[in-house]
Design a protein around this ligand. Structure first.
Ligand code: ATP
Length: 254
């Protein structure tokens, strides 16, 4: 990626013609000692993963399938906040490269014109009190224009919204540069205190009725966005306020 101006994020870059999943690939590389900030990018991903065992579709040659490896010296329970940083980096990158205003569907999706264009899957290898490594996988529908039946309603792409193709290498470079900046801000406090206003401004989950699905129960409410800890602050219909942790929750109603 010749245009990359980050200092370290993504500078060690591995290109893969085809791979099962860039997350799986980079987890293996991490075990073998790959350095902090290593980026894996695949032209084709045959077994892309979403949350809770779902799949992520990546056809050959049109989209971005990438994973970044980080070795943050932070508490393991804070690592899921990295998903939010990546979502912000993707929004900034899309804005810079295309002028499109993307929105974040908390915690791990990015949408444009109400359609999902990006999914983020963070996985980690931790001990009780430290992190061995974190991989943040990011799939972005860049130039795809046809989608399989199952996701036709929900999926979109940058090309469909912009009306022209978008260069993938430039977008990856922008996202790496933005992620480096965001990550360095995040590391000072390990929380979202300095970033949550921007996150919430770009968060499409904010301001309307949502349905929160937790394992075993669900409820409706409204939200003004995340708190310093990256939790979604939801005001339930009965007036109670709950802070929802990213882990195992889906938000519906957008
Ligand atoms: P939810 O938003 O319902 O909580 P999720 O965030 O858990 O879902 P992800 O893990 O982000 O979902 O992504 C997996 C889901 O995304 C799949 O079940 C499918 O519906 C959808 N999907 C798969 N591939 C694509 C794609 N290329 N573009 C948009 N959506 C996709």
């Amino acid at each position: 990626i010749s245009r990359l101006h980050s200092r370290w994020m993504g500078r060690n870059c591995i290109f893969l013609e085809t791979v099962d999943s860039t997350n799986n690939y980079l987890k293996r590389a991490a075990e073998d000692g790959a350095v902090n900030g290593t980026l894996a990018v695949a032209e084709e991903q045959t077994g892309g993963k979403g949350r809770r065992g779902r799949s992520w579709e990546t056809p050959k040659g049109t989209n971005i399938a990438m994973t970044i490896l980080l070795r943050p010296e932070i508490r393991p329970e804070h690592a899921s906040r990295l998903t939010l940083l990546m979502a912000m980096a993707v929004v900034r990158g899309i804005q810079k490269e295309t002028g499109l205003q993307a929105g974040i569907k908390w915690p791990n999706d990015v949408v444009v014109d109400g359609h999902k264009v990006c999914g983020i899957l963070t996985e980690m290898n931790t001990e009780v009190d430290y992190i061995n490594y974190v991989v943040i996988g990011t799939g972005i529908n860049v130039n795809q224009t046809e989608f399989p039946e199952e996701i036709r309603e929900i999926a979109g792409s940058l090309k469909l919204s912009a009306g022209h193709p978008v260069a993938r290498a430039g977008l990856i470079a922008s996202i790496m540069e933005e992620l480096e900046d965001l990550y360095e801000v995040f590391l000072k406090t390990e929380d979202l205190s300095a970033l949550k206003d921007e996150y919430n401004r770009n968060c499409v989950t904010c301001g309307h009725e949502i349905r929160v699905l937790e394992p075993g129960h669900e409820y409706t409410g409204t939200t003004d966005g995340i708190n310093d800890l990256g939790e979604l602050v939801v005001k339930k219909a009965d007036g109670e306020t709950v802070c929802v942790y990213a882990g195992e929750v889906s938000v519906r109603g957008l």
